[in-house]
Design a protein around this ligand. Structure first.
Ligand code: ADP
Ligand code: MG
Length: 278
């Protein structure tokens, strides 16, 4: 026998209104069951309440339908945003709104706000955030990443060393091509904290491969405490590979130098060394 879910019409009450969820179970609320079968859980949940509101307000049928579809759509957008945030693997969520620009008067606020419109992603440009510890580099990188997730972009956040370790393991297990392909499909790769520790030749080479794959295809946001002239040190003491990496990263880039005090320990840093960045 066919299930009532697909064959029966939704029940109506004495006033010819669809019977809402309320205390009724799915068995006695076939419309809700049908909507759920279609994956429209929010509509299943809300159709009765909204119908009641529409009835009271005497709104036209299309308005009711529109309110219902809007509710479902809003939930979907919200879910897709949350999924993207989860997939991006941010260590914590930071926003531009929670960044106190008055604490970093030397920071080019206008430039950052322009970046937040995300046109740099359309042009596959990179953003380099350079400065000493605690000035908000990671905060700003995450904030831009969160904005990108909100714009349906594919984003991933990695501390540099973590990604290099993951890639080294992938290489050992024969999974490097797949992992690189995955990275090359991103709209935005955030590489956090380049420079605190040196990379060995294998990791320096892997870093180069990642940057090459994304070059002119996707954007990189990189945070670093190191001036570009010292990058040879970071990349296994090899100025050639450091040069090749810089070349690709800097070709289409926005440079944000932050030279103010540390937000973590403002009392210890009245202002950092000047950072030219290049
Ligand atoms: P960095 O990556 O430059 O070392 P972080 O971005 O990790 O610094 O910042 C350290 C902490 O201080 C974080 O919790 C960050 O949210 C906060 N922070 C830094 N600068 C600001 C700022 N200008 N306004 C608000 N919070 C800030
Ligand atoms: Mg940081």
């Amino acid at each position: 026998m066919a299930t009532p879910l697909t064959t029966s019409l939704p029940e109506r009450d004495g006033a010819n209104r669809f019977v809402g969820k309320g205390s009724k179970s799915e068995d006695t609320d076939p419309l809700a069951a049908q909507l759920k079968t279609l994956g429209l859980y929010v509509m299943a949940e809300r159709y009765a309440d909204l119908a009641e509101q529409a009835r009271k307000a005497k709104s036209p049928y299309p308005h009711y339908l529109s309110a219902l579809v809007t509710a479902q759509l809003a939930a979907r957008i919200d879910r897709s945003f949350r999924n993207r945030l989860t997939r991006a693997r941010f260590p914590t969520i930071k926003t531009l709104e929670s960044f106190d620009f008055s604490f970093q008067p030397q920071l080019d606020e206008r430039h950052l706000r322009t970046l937040a419109d995300l046109t740099f992603l359309e042009k596959a440009e990179n953003v380099l955030l350079v400065g000493p510890p605690g000035v908000g580099k990671t905060h700003l990188a995450i904030a831009l990443g969160v904005k990108a997730c909100g714009a349906h972009k594919r984003v991933a956040f990695y501390p540099v060393l973590e990604l290099m370790d993951e890639l080294t393991q992938a290489q050992a297990g024969g999974a490097l091509p797949r992992k690189l392909l995955e990275l090359s499909r991103l709209d935005l790769l955030i590489l956090d904290e380049l420079g605190y520790l040196k990379l060995d030749p294998t990791r320096a080479n892997l870093f180069f491969q990642v940057v090459s794959r994304l070059y002119e295809k996707g954007s990189v946001i990189l945070t670093t405490n190191r001036r570009f002239e010292t990058w040879g040190d970071i990349f296994a003491g090899d100025p050639v590979i450091a040069g090749a990496i810089l070349d690709r990263l800097l070709h289409h880039r926005h440079l944000i130098a932050i030279n103010g005090p540390s937000y973590r320990t403002p009392e210890l840093t009245g202002g950092a060394e000047p950072e030219t960045g290049q």
